[in-house]
Design a protein around this ligand. Structure first.
Ligand code: SF4
Length: 349
């Protein structure tokens, strides 16, 4: 293991075998690996000095050879509803957003899987800026731990619905989910870990075959092909009919109920025709529809639907046997869309 600071590796990126090898080079017994891993993953140590059950001499040796990575918080916004939105920067300077949403004795985290995004959804600030890079397993994981430590509370659920398309970064996303699920990581139940995808069909099928009971949300936003193509150009090649069939297979395989995310946009996807298409898409399937009241975003041509219209959607969906809820965006008094905090921070606001 190199001791040159320019080549130091982040402890988060070491496999168990590599960590054992490093510790053995330092003449340490095997049990040290578990101790060090506990500090890295479960306790989210920010410095080697925190590792109080590790001998000081070993801490010093480790500090010479590896880093603890670590995200740096560069901006935050706190909502009146208690939500906190963070802009977190990794050691290479790349920054992403995540959100902590408290409620009762629950704490939900919305985390990012990529810095930026290549999918180009028409209503999304992140999509407009393009993809910077995908995040690693530990970079996704560390967002959740940052929120946990900031609230000083156990995280009860995570949704990977921040910046990026998780299924364009499948391996790191899955590894992060497993780490979040593991008792040696964050210990969050698999059913409380949700991936939100635009509908990348090959990866939906792959996800269906994973052994864990992770949950799946699909951003639908329209069940009319032309409207969906305009709103979500990044998944144009995955047609609605193919998505419908893939979701049928997903449900058959897993027995789990997927959620369809649907941001109601006035005059765009809230017309009678759109509502009928949504009912047709969901009727007779195992599905839950999350209707999201779009926030007003400065400079956006999209406007939210009225509350009355949202209730029409709930009623019509219920009439065809599909449960739907209207989700009020958390933190609506802070920045609405993902990517906004980053833009403001970069402008120095
Ligand atoms: S909504 Fe999600 S998938 Fe679409 S551009 Fe924004 S971050 Fe990417």
């Amino acid at each position: 293991m190199a001791s040159d600071s320019t080549e130091k590796r982040d402890l988060h990126t070491l496999t168990r075998g590599e960590l054992m090898e490093l510790l053995s080079e330092l003449g340490q017994p095997k049990f040290r690996a578990k101790q060090v891993e506990e500090w890295v993953w479960e306790k989210n140590a920010r410095s080697f000095d925190e590792m109080t059950n590790v001998p000081k001499s070993l801490r010093e040796e480790l500090a010479k050879r590896v880093t603890l990575g670590g995200v740096e918080e560069v901006a935050r916004q706190v909502s009146l509803d208690g939500s906190r939105k963070y802009l977190l920067r990794y050691p290479d300077g790349v920054a992403v957003e995540c959100v902590g949403m408290p409620g009762g004795n629950r704490l939900s985290v919305c985390a990012s899987t990529q810095a930026g995004c290549a999918m180009g959804c028409a209503f999304c600030a992140t999509g407009a800026a393009g993809l910077t890079r995908s995040l690693t397993e530990s970079e996704i994981y560390e967002q959740v731990m940052h929120v946990r430590d900031d609230f000083n509370a156990r995280v009860t659920s995570v949704v990977l619905m921040g910046q990026g398309e998780p299924f364009m970064n499948y391996d790191a996303t899955l590894a992060a989910l497993r780490r979040l699920n593991s008792p040696e990581g964050a210990g969050i139940g698999a059913r409380h870990l949700t991936v939100s995808t635009c509908g990348v069909i090959p990866q939906i099928m792959r996800f269906a075959n994973e052994p864990e009971q992770f949950t799946l949300a699909v951003s639908l936003h329209s069940a009319v092909q032309r409207t969906r193509n305009a709103l979500m150009p990044g998944v144009r090649k995955y047609s609605l009919i193919n998505l419908y069939n893939a979701m049928g297979e997903y449900v058959n395989k897993t027995g789990r109920r997927p959620t369809y995310e649907y941001a109601l946009i006035g005059g765009v996807n809230d017309t009678d025709n759109e509502l009928q298409a949504l009912c047709d898409f969901c009727e007779g399937t195992l599905a839950h529809v999350n209707l999201i009241q779009l926030n007003e975003v400065d400079g956006s041509k999209f406007r939210p639907s009225t509350d009355l219209r949202a209730q029409d959607f709930v009623r019509r969906l219920a009439s065809v046997g599909v449960e739907a809820t209207v989700r009020n965006s958390r933190g609506s008094d802070i920045d609405a869309a993902c990517g906004q905090l980053k833009q403001r921070a970069l402008r120095g606001r």
